[in-house]
Ligand binder design. Sequence first.
Ligand code: ADP
Ligand code: MG
Length: 241
Amino acid sequence: MIIQVSDLKKNYGQLQVLKGITTQVAEREVVCVIGPSGSGKSTFLRCLNQLEESTSGRIVINGHDLSDPKVDINKVREDVGMVFQRFNLFPHKTVLENVMLAPVKVRKISQEQARKQGLELLKKVGLQDKADVYPDRLSGGQMQRVAIARALAMNPKVMLFDEPTSALDPELVGEVLAVMKDLAKEGMTMIVVTHEMGFAREVGDRVIFMDQGIIMEEGKPQELFENTQNERLRSFLGRVL
Ligand code: ADP
Ligand code: MG
């Protein structure tokens, strides 16, 4: 198990957003997280990469216990790549520079090595010909693929995706999902919050249905999509499918 989460709770003031999440993710597993807006999906991912401090519970990633005061959070973060709904590329840097930045600054690898690796990653996401253009020349789908390449440049053990296609025009969704699917095929461990039920069904090894701060259902895509007895999941699927 590369990720172990036990009884994770997160409060914002009086509001308890995560009410005890317990789950594990195996190496090379693709877990899709679905659920209504406000159910705590983003908060869950943000706790996993320590953008948010959890209120209680335990998270172990790649052997590092995040609640251990001696743990080097920056080292743990390097193991966890994250892609958001909004791409947040640096507008004044070229596509290649965006991908090279973190490895040079954080990992202290040479410019030359970062450039070589950056070009390989851009090739992987189908954008090597865009290396020297600025983000404002790209479509949303291309920007999101650069954001994926940028996250991969840190050589993460795990990739977290928070609704990576929700902000895209419908015709651009497929190219981003295709890149994610390739990544899954190569054996990347992934947690993907998504409303793309086709992707969850096809690529997900497991689906987690979150509702009101808990994992309400969890299982193989087929079981969840076709055989669920859970009324809240049924009604959610009725709305999104
Ligand atoms: P989801 O991603 O499933 O839509 P979120 O994790 O974004 O859900 O949000 C869960 C709940 O936590 C919502 O009620 C939201 O308003 C609240 N919330 C999220 N972030 C914060 C924050 N920084 N401060 C206070 N409340 C927050
Ligand atoms: Mg969210």
